[in-house]
Design a protein around this ligand. Structure first.
Ligand code: WT7
Length: 665
């Protein structure tokens, strides 16, 4: 079936030039073509801009696809490249991170700010590395888990681990005890770093309590380091738990730890992400390729310069924060903002006030955030001077042209370069984007632009042929790229199956996309059962398994439906076991089960009780059919449907629900 998409292809926007090199679309395509013809040579020249302890012997080992290895034989260290290299230069006392805490005083003014120079960060990372090495005996090849809110200790522990060649896995602080336990168990982490609590919208989340619950089921962790953030009393298990500040008192101020010479293809971290089926996948990223991609994209996409104040609003618990708060900006010696809390707390203008107070020049945020700001109204933005902003990008999901235009006009003065960077946890860094730091082509609201240099992306139809212009197809990457995953941790077969089997030889991203007549890419959304809630990636499988764990539930299906602010929200359909009857209380209870099992970020936007679910004859739930009924769109081909009555069931459940809503207003 060929679908033609009505996208605003004609609206081209010409941003103001700011030293950027303006090129025509045709010229960019020619440059791009050259870069992918010899992508090995191209990426080798980029990688040589980093400082290697030892140069590589081979740019790309492709002897065992898809397990590619970049810059084989090369040795480097991520902590050395982000810190030591800068403290030897004038950047020693340059500000690396300006951190602002969420809490405000009675006048609504921020109460806490910490400024860390490159030298400060270097010192702290060395001291923590010293602690991990001498007190805990951690060494290259060990794994630690980090479950922290957005406080400076989070990047500090990541960089300290990297300094030792210790692999880390960061678990987003909005995840539940169960989610944390499963990540610790899969990664076999020996040590956990957490905090007493976290601030969220003025409330305290008892992080240590959640961590303790997780640790009951996660026996690999022998030691726990607790950072005091909110100052509450927590349970400390003797012999296992220790406070960070107390531990650090025993570490010399000038402790120095030699950065481990890690191989380019040694893992830097594991980050868990949701897929179509099964438990979250541990994506393993290498060191040399990953840092090469970040170096390139920080320059090409963000045009990073020494006088910039860069702000990426993501949480470090997700890949965006790993790449574009921790490793990317610090690799480039940039000054960046790190903000702890909600962008609209205590008032809708917190984010613009941060831009104004620190003079943010580069702003990287999410479409969800923009739509939320838009809802609060222009007035909140106009209270602040945002004229320092010179570059904007968004990430996480497609940006609708309305949101693009709103932000471009109000904060971008209808003149700054503004793109939507497409990438994913697996790609390590940005893959499709405008490159205002390199060559600037006209913008179009909502597009992702073109693949970056050295990356051969394409849109294919179901048979693996290039999709026609403006025809919806599947997004693939046709060549190995630095920053690609090494594998899925402990499950290489799954790595091959999920990403390299639909179109053999190519990386399958799992996204629908179209290419327009200018060759611009428009990523339309997931082609699988992954849903993006406020830009966060959730697998329907995880939510369904959570529901099924409740004793009342026999079967469950979760789908994502469109939401004006969050992009998508999950809703659940549930078949109860005999003896249970639908009720508001049970709905509440199930909501709670999901929060407990997955975390507060996963709450369902409605649970519907049904007695049948649409399934194929082989027993697979047809979520596509449910989605069509919910969104009142074409149900499409249902020839494989086992029982047509199930479609009616869902319609009925929805109608009853809607009638209920009308009654209660
Ligand atoms: C999925 C990956 C890597 C950044 C954070 C998300 C969607 C991401 C865009 C964009 C349209 C986008 C895709 C992708 N996505 N950026 N600019 N335009 N869609 O990482 O959690 O691994 O999610 O996010 O659907 O597959 P992630």
């Amino acid at each position: 079936m060929s679908v033609t998409w009505a996208l605003p292809f004609e609206t081209k926007i010409q941003p103001k030039l700011n030293g950027n090199k303006q090129v025509t679309i045709e010229t960019y395509k020619e440059i791009h073509q050259k870069s992918i013809e010899d992508f090995r040579g191209f990426w080798a020249s980029v990688a040589s801009e980093l400082e290697w302890f030892k140069a590589w012997d081979k740019v790309l080992d492709d002897s065992n696809p898809p397990f590619y290895k970049w810059f084989v034989g090369g040795e480097l260290n991520a902590s050395y490249l982000t810190l030591d290299r800068h403290v030897r230069t004038w950047r020693k006392n340059k500000v690396a991170i300006i951190w602002e805490g969420e809490p405000v005083d009675e006048n609504g003014n921020p109460k806490e700010k910490r400024v860390l120079t490159y030298y400060d960060l270097y010192r702290e990372v060395n001291r923590v590395a010293y602690l991990l090495k001498t007190k805990y005996g951690l060494k290259k090849g060990d794994t630690i888990a980090i479950y922290l809110p957005m406080i400076p200790e989070l990047p500090i522990f990541m960089l300290a681990a990297a300094r030792l060649g210790v692999v880390f896995t960061v678990v987003f602080s909005g995840f539940s005890a169960d989610a944390l336990a499963s990540r610790i168990n899969d990664s076999e982490a020996k040590l956990l770093v957490t905090a007493d609590g976290a601030w969220r919208r003025g409330k305290i989340i008892n992080l240590k309590e959640i961590a303790d619950k997780a640790l009951e089921k996660a026996p690999t962790v022998k030691d726990v380091i607790v950072v005091r953030r909110v100052g509450i009393n927590v349970n400390m298990k003797p012999g296992r738990d220790a406070y960070y500040d107390e531990l650090m008192k025993q570490v010399p101020l000038d402790a120095y730890v030699e950065p481990e010479r890690v191989k380019s293809e040694d893992p830097l971290y594991i980050l868990y992400t949701s897929g179509t089926t099964g438990k979250p996948k541990g994506i393993v990223h290498d060191t040399g390729g990953y840092l090469t991609l970040l170096h390139a994209t920080m320059r090409w996409v963000f045009d990073i310069r020494d006088d910039d104040i860069y702000w990426c609003t993501a949480d470090i618990g997700w890949v965006t924060g790993h790449s574009y708060i921790v490793f990317g900006p610090l690799l480039e010696g940039a000054t960046e903002i790190m903000y702890e809390g909600a962008l609209d707390y205590p008032q809708p203008d917190r984010w613009v006030s941060i831009i104004e107070r620190y003079g943010v020049t580069i702003f990287y945020t999410s479409p969800t955030a923009v739509r939320q700001f838009m809802k609060y109204g222009d007035e909140w933005v106009k209270r602040h001077n945002t004229s320092t902003v010179r570059l904007i990008h968004t990430v996480g999901e497609p940006i609708n042209p309305e949101a693009f235009e709103w932000l471009w006009k109000l904060v971008g003065r209808s003149e700054v370069p503004f793109g939507s960077t497409w990438w994913m946890t697996e790609t390590g860094g940005i893959m499709i984007s405008h490159l205002p730091g390199l060559y600037l082509i006209p913008l179009k609201p909502g597009t992702n632009g073109m693949p970056i240099l050295g990356v051969n992306a394409d849109v294919l139809d179901e048979n693996g042929n290039p999709a026609k212009v403006e025809e919806r197809g599947y997004l693939v990457i046709k060549n190995p790229w630095p920053g690609m995953p090494l594998t899925i941790y402990k499950d290489p077969e799954r790595y091959v199956k999920v990403y390299w089997s639909k179109f053999p030889g190519f990386f399958y991203a799992g996204d629908y996309a179209v290419k327009d007549r200018d060759g611009y890419f428009w990523i339309l959304g997931r082609a699988d059962e992954v849903i993006k809630v406020a830009g966060h990636r959730l697998g329907t499988y995880e939510l369904e398994s959570a529901l099924i764990e409740n004793p009342a539930v026999a079967e469950a299906a979760v789908i994502g439906i469109p939401d004006p602010v969050k992009g998508e929200v999950p809703v659940g359909f549930v078949i109860l076991k005999a003896g249970y009857t639908p009720s508001k209380e049970l709905e509440k209870e199930l909501q709670e089960t999901v929060r407990q099992k997955v975390g507060p970020i996963a709450s369902l936007n409605g649970i519907y009780f049904v007695s049948k679910l649409p399934k194929t004859r082989s027993g697979k739930i047809m979520r596509r059919v449910i989605r069509a009924v919910v969104t009142k769109s074409e149900v499409g081909d249902i020839t494989t449907l086992e029982d047509e009555a199930s479609v009616e069931e869902i319609k009925k459940a929805l109608e009853e629900f809607r009638a209920e809503l009308e009654k209660t207003g």
